[in-house]
Write a protein that binds this ligand. Structure first.
Ligand code: NAP
Length: 224
């Protein structure tokens, strides 16, 4: 049977890179999208022919559309897309927050997710495919003044709406909602928190569920 295909944004590091490794280990072909072409190439060197580097900025609709079109051209179709690229803020809270930084974050965390979805949808429709979005524990509860958290509330709200929309053609949508994960998202290591591999396992759980079963959300928290 031909390998299934998964397009991943934010694939150069952390959760995205771990998901690429886990998916390839389970026989998937992966399209790796992020800005750091060198890191994507290093991952391709590690993963071999199953991985294709597709460098670009997730905040740019044309760049994501072109990358997905290239991935589809080279693999024959799209079974799943993981809108995972995202960023935090240097200053939390509204009073001290920086409006320019908010704008950059919203372009990625909100518009970037819309661009992945919009660009992937026709291809997913053709295969009754699966869309996964990286939400957060911060998109499930209220955190004082958190603009980052609010961008993840968008992901959770939109993910639920997409689940309804995709049902119309037999497609599925999953929001992956981790608490703190030990990735370069933070400046300092968090060895006792979730590891990126834990989140990747949750993505594969949702992806490989029986077609009759939609995993709407996977919420993971560190035990400690
Ligand atoms: N770490 C946590 O505790 C945690 C918890 C809950 C949710 N999350 C979410 O998980 C997702 C992945 O984060 P992570 O923890 O794996 O952090 P990470 O290691 O910093 O990864 C972020 C990824 O996003 C990519 N990215 C950033 N800006 C981009 C842009 N403009 N265009 C394309 N790609 C871009 C980065 O690649 P380039 O720099 O190469 O572009 C990188 O591959 C994010 O949505 C984050 O909000 C993280």
């Amino acid at each position: 049977m031909a390998s299934k295909t998964l397009f991943i944004t934010g694939a150069s590091s952390g959760i995205g890179a771990a998901t690429a490794r886990a998916a390839v280990a389970e026989g998937w072909r992966v399209g790796l999208f992020a800005r750091s072409a060198d890191k994507l190439q290093a991952l391709v060197a590690e993963l071999g022919e199953a991985a294709i580097a597709l460098p670009g900025d997730a905040g740019d609709f044309d760049a994501q559309s072109a990358a997905i079109a290239e991935f589809v051209k080279r693999t024959g179709g799209l079974d799943a897309a993981f809108a995972n690229a995202g960023t935090g803020l240097s200053a939390a809270g509204t009073e001290v927050g920086d409006p320019e930084e908010w704008e950059r974050m919203i372009r990625l965390n909100v518009l970037g997710v819309l661009w992945t979805t919009k660009a992937a949808m026709p291809h997913l429709k053709a295969r009754r495919g699966h869309l996964l979005l990286t939400g957060s524990a911060a998109g499930r509860r209220h955190i004082s003044g958190s603009v980052y958290g609010a961008s993840k509330w968008f992901v959770h709200g939109y993910g639920g709406n997409l689940s309804e929309e995709m049902k119309e053609f037999g497609g599925r949508c999953t929001v992956i909602a981790p608490g703190m994960v030990d990735t370069p998202f933070f400046d300092t290591p968090k060895p006792d928190k979730l590891q990126a591999e834990d989140v990747a396992r949750a993505v594969l759980f949702a992806l490989t569920a029986e077609p009759r079963c939609t995993v709407n959300e996977v919420f993971l928290m560190p035990t400690q």
